[in-house]
Design a binder for this molecule. Structure first.
Ligand SMILES: Nc1ncnc2c1ncn2[C@@H]1O[C@H](COP(=O)(O)OP(=O)(O)O)[C@@H](O)[C@H]1O
Ligand SMILES: [Mg+2]
Length: 253
């Protein structure tokens, strides 16, 4: 049974999509069967894996509204890529068009695919909130990305409060697997101090691996590939491999 991970954050620009793409690809390199589900209407995971929205059978919205079976949406790009379920701007229309209990639609769909994968990673949007709730309901574990920037010291707890309300409201078993520090600029004293403060505040909830600020990570998305296919020796690539091994060690022992 595949482990379903939702990559989420308290705000945009926190490294969710970069993490969803490169953590999925790192699982693929470790020979795990992995599916990346782009649940964000902005579709950056889809674009970041080089998929042109005009050449797909449909977006997740079509499966969420029962128009296309979910497995017909799966795109397989081959070695070094995770399988992908693409998003599209039409996801903004969700839940219109669905007759089911709207918070459980994604959970029910992914239940059909779980046996085929070791990991299913969901790239989660901030908005619309109904999609964020669907991702929380579908997942067993959350990875919360927090960038090592000054403003992260304020409001970092907001996401946890939101999650607890949703968890209680829907009686979920979903747990927080860990907090991932992203965009850590090792040349900037302030960034390192913020990382230190976040580790002090959230203690053992924080993954040992932190993701450095690395231009190779932002550039790889422009090439439509995971960083391992554009600059495998970069610090960004090494950090996502280390994160994958930390997670595999946690869940496969
Ligand atoms: N570790 C990193 N180093 C450098 N740039 C990064 C890093 N993580 C994310 N970025 C860049 O920051 C921007 C926002 O990241 P993204 O992963 O799209 O965040 P989110 O999905 O939370 O909005 C993107 O331009 C991305 O390329
Ligand atoms: Mg994103």
């Amino acid at each position: 049974m595949g482990h379903i991970i939702c990559v989420t954050a308290g705000k945009d620009g926190a490294g969710k999509t970069t993490t969803a793409i490169n953590l999925s690809a790192a699982f693929a390199i470790a020979e795990k069967k992995v599916l990346l589900v782009d649940c964000d209407p902005i579709s950056h995971s889809t674009v970041g894996l080089g998929i042109d929205g005009t050449h797909i059978n449909g977006s997740l919205y079509q499966a969420m509204t029962g128009k296309i079976p979910i497995d017909r949406l799966i795109i397989k790009k081959g070695t070094g890529f995770p399988d992908l379920i693409p998003a599209g701007l039409d996801l903004y229309r969700f839940p219109s068009g669905t007759g089911k209990k709207k918070e459980f639609v994604l959970c029910d769909l992914l239940a059909e695919l779980r046996d085929r994968y070791d990991y299913i990673v969901i790239d989660t949007p901030q908005m619309p909130v109904i999609l964020m709730i669907n991702a929380f309901v579908a997942a067993e574990s959350l990875i919360v990305t927090i960038p090592c920037e000054y403003l992260s010291l304020y409001g970092a707890g907001y996401l946890f409060d939101t999650f607890q309300i949703i968890k209680k409201g829907f009686s979920l078993k979903t747990d927080i697997a860990g907090i991932l520090l992203t965009k850590m600029d090792i040349r900037e004293k302030a960034s390192m101090l913020i990382a230190q403060e976040l580790r002090r505040r959230f203690e053992n909830m924080v993954f040992e691996t932190a993701i450095p600020l690395s231009s190779e990570l932002s550039n790889s998305a422009a090439y439509g590939k995971p960083v391992f296919l554009t600059d495998v020796r970069s610090a960004g690539a090494k950090s996502y491999l280390k994160l994958a091994s930390e997670i595999i060690g946690k869940w496969y022992q």
